[in-house]
Write a protein that binds this ligand. Structure first.
Ligand code: MN
Length: 131
């Protein structure tokens, strides 16, 4: 039994593999998607416990992918955390305003990623109705 299944939606191969390596080392099951469209399809198929969503993606971006996840009955409850590369101050607040359950800053910290993921998995789903 793994501590959780994490869907990583990230177009950068290196970043995606880094997250996979770190989380798998900690026992998590990791599923990868390289585009927002793939991420939305994948989420409906694999029923992840947490989605880590890059905000800047080719095709639909992280925000649009989040909207699609929230619109679908199968995925509306899954916590979705923004992975944000924007250096601009206020971007994290914007991610929360957009409906993400939290954010992780890029560059990803190998040291704290597992703690961050554990925290998001343990956090109660705020702001969303239970079925
Ligand atoms: Mn990206």
């Amino acid at each position: 039994m793994t501590p959780g299944r994490v869907l990583v939606v990230e177009d950068n191969d290196r970043n995606r593999k880094l997250v996979r390596t770190v989380l798998e080392h900690a026992g998590y099951e990791v599923v990868e998607a390289a585009t927002g469209e793939q991420g939305v399809t994948c989420a409906a198929q694999v029923d992840p416990d947490l989605v880590l969503m890059d905000r800047q993606l080719p095709g639909i971006d992280g925000h649009d992918a989040l909207s699609l996840l929230r619109d679908a009955v199968a995925t509306r409850q899954v916590p979705v955390v923004a992975v944000t590369a924007f250096a601009m101050k206020g971007d994290e607040t914007q991610a929360l305003d957009e409906g993400f359950d939290g954010y992780i800053r890029k560059p990803i910290s190998i040291r704290s990623l597992v703690d961050q993921v554990r925290g998001f998995l343990e956090a109660p789903a705020a702001g969303r109705e239970t079925p």
